[in-house]
Design a protein around this ligand. Sequence first.
Ligand code: BV8
Length: 227
Amino acid sequence: MNVLVLTGAGISAESGIPTFRGSDGLWEGHRIEDVASPQGFARNPKLVHDFYNLRRRRLQDDTIRPNAAHLALAEFERQHPGQFLLVTQNIDNLHQRAGSQNVLPMHGELLKARCALTGEVIPWHDDLNTSTVFPDNPDLVGTLRPHVVWFGEMPLGLEQIDEFARNCDVFLAIGTSGNVYPAAGIVQTTPPHCQRIEINLDATPQSGNFAQTIRDKASIAVPQVLA
Ligand code: BV8
């Protein structure tokens, strides 16, 4: 039985990480195009670095911890080795901290940085800024960017996701509003026999593609569904 799981910001909400769909659609007070697009970064790299530095620092606050949903997914993977792929849209590290091994962060990772020139990815836990020097190559001054997929950029691992989705028997979407593509379209690439389950507080534009929709908190519903 091959199980594919897609998670979004809703699975981390109970861990204290705000979701994206705030009341006014702003993201920590910023327009998405200003802080999560290559154009926004080119226009004002300091604003974008500040936006991600704030989220990076918040993530390292020791009150931010994996919740029961993250832990249940890690336990399920331990019991079903080799038949499980966890794709996350989140750039936090809560799945990894919960013990999940086979995690595919399709929108990148907050605690990594990437050289904009060479594409090399390195772990990063401190503040990034426009003059941050790449550790091994001082000539690449100011070329570091967050290792995050912005709007208009190609998400990571699409081929692996597509291959697994076309052969999965269960597809579980957790805490995602189903607005952002290509992530939101994954459900439609699963085979006709696939059991599709959506766990989300609210209905989403994708809800009609799921045989079962569970309107409950992830920390309650995910352990129940995976038990
Ligand atoms: C792409 C990383 C081409 C950054 C993110 C015009 C111009 C350019 C592109 C487009 C365009 N129009 C459309 C597009 C495509 C675009 C897109 O889909 N736009 C949308 C807005 C229409 N997509 C892209 O640009 C993507 N790239 O298309 O490249 C391409 C594609 C394929 C092949 C080749 C080329 C790149 C998109 C990635 C952007 N980066 N994140 C960062 O994090 O800083 S997106 C970011 O927002 C997240 O990663 C996530 O994907 C998205 C937020 O969605 P959710 O995770 O679902 O969170 P949200 O807050 O929306 O919802 C939370 C849900 O949880 C809610 O429904 C709530 O009810 C629920 N919930 C809350 N609490 C709980 C809960 N549920 C359960 N329990 C709880 N406790």
